[in-house]
Design a protein around this ligand. Structure first.
Ligand code: 5GP
Ligand code: ZN
Length: 137
């Protein structure tokens, strides 16, 4: 499967690259949430978080930490959000696993997600159902 990020990796579409090694690449998001917003991804095409092997995710998180540190130092902030949109309903547009590193600045105008409430007994029910399911995964 070929996607837009595979084309960027192959050099068929240009990008503003900030990091590359034999297995990973990082470049600036073309439509940044804040300036300096970086996408970090494996060169191999995995369609989403679930489909990506754990050893690849482990290396990706190590590289992302290093890049996030450099991003924050460069942009003179200590704050950023790490995001992984997984599948359409969560807003994943490009079907090639990528981490978003979004630098944050005080007064940048971005709002955190709105919150919901649990009715009585619901938090226990959700927690117990998910805990049971983890044993089956
Ligand atoms: P997703 O919604 O899949 O988590 O995020 C995809 C991201 O890729 C979006 O933030 C979008 O702005 C970025 N993007 C899409 N096409 C391109 C492109 O051609 N070049 C770059 N640098 N970023 C892109
Ligand atoms: Zn791809």
């Amino acid at each position: 499967m070929e996607c837009i990020f595979c084309k960027i990796i192959k050099g068929e579409i240009p990008c503003q690259k900030v990091y590359e090694d034999s297995a990973f690449i990082a470049f600036l998001d073309i439509a940044p949430i804040n300036h300096g917003h970086i996408l970090v991804l494996p060169k191999k095409h995995f369609i989403n978080f679930f489909e990506t092997p754990e050893n690849v995710l482990a290396d990706l998180i190590k590289i992302s930490k290093k890049i996030a540190k450099a991003m924050c130092e460069t942009l003179n902030t200590d704050s950023f959000n790490l995001g992984v949109n997984t599948n359409k309903t969560a807003g994943q547009l490009v079907p090639h696993l990528h981490f978003h590193l979004i630098p944050r600045f005080s007064g940048d105008g971005l709002k955190h997600w709105s919150r919901k409430e649990y009715k009585k007994g619901e938090i226990e029910e959700y927690g117990e159902r998910i805990m049971r399911e983890i044993e089956n995964v």
